[in-house]
Design a binder for this molecule. Structure first.
Ligand code: SF4
Length: 508
C-alpha cells in the first residue's frame, strides 16, 4: 500500500484506495467452499466484488464495493462481461480499428461524382441515426451487425437506405443523454478518410468513396468507429454499446418510424418552458469544425438549428462534460425583447466567434439573425413580393420561390455567417412560440414544401389556433401551387393570407 500511503490497520483508507484505484475482482470457478466464501468476504472489504459461476448466495445491495458485492450463477460466456460491469471497469479502445486513416483532418472532406461508391440518405433514400438505451443484459459491448446488403454486395455508384441504430447501456446512462451521443455520430463518422457525413436524425446523408472501399472499408466499420470513439469520449456515462447498420428498405423505414416517435418525445420535453423563465441559455459550438465562427445559443424557445439539440439536451451535455461545446450562457440584461437580444449572449458570442460577431437576434430573420451552419434542418428566406417568409427543409430537393434549392441556400448562407433575410432553424422550431416572432412568426410563412407541411401539421395547427388563424396551413402555398413568388402570390391573395396585410416585412 506504499503508493497509496495507507498505514497498516487503517481499514477505511485501505478500502477506499483499493475500491477507487485497484480494479480487481474475485472470480471463483466451480464449487465454493466455506473457506473460499470467507476469503471472498474479505476481498469485499477491499472493495473487490465476487462473480461466481455457481449458485452461491448473492449479496446485491451496493455500499462497500462500487456496485454489487457477490453476483452468482453467471454462465461462462457472460462471466467476463459481468465482471467488467460489476467492477465498474471502463472499456477504452485506443485505436479505431478501420482500414482507412482516421482523424479530425478528414472531417470537412467531400466525396463527389465519380468518387462515390455508396450514397445513402440526403433525400435520395431513407436514412436515420438513432441512439437508444437498452438493458444491460441485452447489449453486447462491441457487437456490430450489418443487416442487409454490405458494400461488397453492390456496384458503384450505389444507393442504399440506411439506419444506424446504437444501443447503449450503463449504470450511469440516462435517456437524457441519448441525443448527445447521437449528435456525435456526425463528426465521428466524418473523421474517416473517404467518408462524408452530413445532417443527423432522419435527415442524415452519407457518402463513401471508392478509394475507401478499395482499402477495405465496409459498413460494419461505421459501427466499429462508434464503438471505439463513443467509449473514448463518453465512457463515463455508459458501459456498453452495440451497433446495427440496416440497409434493407423495410427495416430502415420501420426504424425511421420508431426514431421519429422518440425525436418527437424528446422535442416536447421543452414544451412549457419559455425564454423568460430561465436566466441561462446554452451555447453549442459543435459545428465549428465546419463553420469556425458559428455559434448556436440555444434557448428553451429556440432549439438548435440542426434540430438535434434543445435546451434540455445542452443542459445534460454540460453535466456530462463541463468543458465541452455546450456551455451555460447567462443571458444577462435584455437589449431588445422584440428581436431577442441579450447583453450576456452578445458577450458570449463575441468570444466564441473569435471576435467575428458582437451581437445577433434570436427572433428575427431581417435584423441580424443568428449565424447559420450547414447542418440546419431548414432554411427560411424573406420573400419581399409576398411580404412573407418561406422555409425549406433539407430533404426537399426541388426549387423554392427564393430562386434557390436547399443545397444552394445552404452553400450560400451556411458557413457560420449572419445573412439578413435568411436564417437556418430546426423543424420543431417552426412551431415554437418565438419562431421569427419579430416579423410576425408563422403568420408570415407563405410557402413551405408539402412534405414539411405534412410533417409538422398537427403542431402547426395548434399553434395557428393560438395565433387566431386556425386554417393558416391551408393558406400557405407549397410546390403544388408554385415555385416562384409570382406563381404563389395569386394563391395567397385568394386565400387572404395574413402576411399580405401585415407591415412591410423589410420594415417590420
Ligand atoms: Fe450544435 Fe448548432 Fe451544430 Fe446543432 S447546429 S450541433 S446545436 S452548433
Amino acid at each position: 500500500m506504499a503508493f497509496g500511503n495507507v498505514k497498516p490497520g487503517d481499514f477505511r483508507r485501505n478500502l477506499i484506495y483499493n475500491k477507487d484505484r485497484t480494479f480487481a475482482f474475485v472470480m471463483p470457478l466451480g464449487h465454493v467452499t466455506d473457506e473460499w466464501y470467507a476469503n471472498a468476504a474479505g476481498a469485499i472489504n477491499w472493495g473487490f466484488p465476487t462473480i461466481a459461476d455457481t449458485p452461491i448466495p448473492e449479496v446485491l445491495p451496493t455500499g462497500i464495493c462500487t456496485y454489487e458485492h457477490v453476483v452468482s450463477n453467471i454462465p461462462h460466456d457472460q462471466i467476463t462481461a459481468k465482471a467488467v460491469e460489476v467492477r465498474g471497469l471502463k472499456v477504452a479502445v485506443s485505436e479505431v480499428p478501420i482500414p482507412v486513416s482516421y482523424g479530425p483532418a478528414f472531417e470537412g472532406e467531400r466525396v463527389r461524382g465519380e468518387d462515390i461508391y455508396l450514397e445513402a440518405g440526403g433525400g435520395r433514400s431513407p436514412a436515420v441515426e438513432w441512439v437508444t438505451t437498452g438493458r444491460m443484459d441485452q447489449v453486447e459491448d462491441g457487437k456490430v451487425e450489418v443487416v442487409g446488403p454490405e458494400l461488397t454486395d453492390i456496384q458503384p455508384p450505389g444507393l442504399l437506405p440506411i439506419a444506424i441504430k446504437c444501443e447503449v447501456a450503463g449504470r450511469e446512462m440516462q435517456e437524457d443523454y441519448e441525443p448527445i451521443l447521437e449528435r456525435q455520430i456526425h463528426h465521428l463518422i466524418n473523421y474517416a478518410q473517404g467518408v462524408m457525413h452530413i445532417g443527423q436524425r432522419d435527415i442524415a446523408w452519407l457518402r463513401i468513396s471508392k478509394a475507401a472501399v478499395e482499402k477495405g472499408f465496409r459498413l460494419e466499420h461505421l459501427g466499429k468507429i462508434l464503438h471505439a470513439k463513443l467509449h473514448q469520449d463518453f465512457g463515463a456515462i455508459f458501459d456498453k454499446i452495440q451497433v446495427r447498420v440496416y440497409t434493407e428498405e423495410d427495416k430502415v423505414k420501420e426504424i425511421v418510424e420508431q426514431a421519429r416517435n422518440v425525436y418527437a418525445a424528446r422535442d416536447v420535453r421543452i414544451e412549457g418552458m419559455t425564454d423568460e423563465t430561465t436566466d441561462i441559455f446554452y451555447s453549442c459550438t459543435l459545428c465549428q469544425s465546419f463553420a469556425p465562427n458559428h455559434v448556436c445559443i440555444i434557448s428553451p424557445e429556440r432549439t438548435g438549428l440542426c434540430g438535434a439539440y434543445n435546451w434540455m439536451d445542452c443542459k445534460a451535455s454540460f453535466e456530462i462534460n463541463t468543458t465541452g461545446p455546450n456551455q451555460p450562457v447567462q443571458k444577462g440584461e435584455i437589449i431588445d425583447a422584440r428581436l431577442g437580444q441579450w447583453k450576456g449572449c452578445n458577450e458570449f458570442l463575441y468570444k466564441a466567434s473569435r471576435q467575428n460577431f458582437d451581437h445577433y437576434n434570436f427572433y428575427s430573420i431581417v435584423h441580424d439573425p443568428m449565424t447559420t451552419c450547414g447542418c440546419c434542418e431548414c432554411i427560411a428566406a424573406v420573400l419581399p413580393l409576398c411580404n412573407g417568409i418561406m422555409t425549406v427543409n433539407r430533404d426537399y430537393l426541388g426549387m423554392t420561390p427564393c430562386g434557390m434549392k436547399f443545397t444552394t441556400l445552404a452553400g450560400t448562407v451556411g458557413g457560420g455567417v449572419i445573412t439578413p433575410g435568411f436564417v437556418g432553424h430546426g423543424k420543431y422550431n417552426i412551431t415554437q412560440r418565438k419562431f421569427l416572432s419579430a416579423e410576425g412568426g408563422i403568420l408570415r410563412v407563405v410557402w413551405m414544401p408539402k412534405m414539411l407541411k405534412d410533417e409538422i401539421k398537427e403542431r402547426f395547427i395548434k399553434r395557428a389556433e393560438e395565433m387566431g388563424v386556425p386554417d393558416l396551413l391551408d393558406r400557405i402555398a407549397d410546390e403544388t401551387v408554385g415555385e416562384t413568388e409570382e406563381a404563389i402570390l395569386p394563391f395567397l391573395e385568394e386565400k387572404q393570407h395574413p402576411a399580405l396585410t401585415m407591415d412591410p416585412i423589410l420594415e417590420a
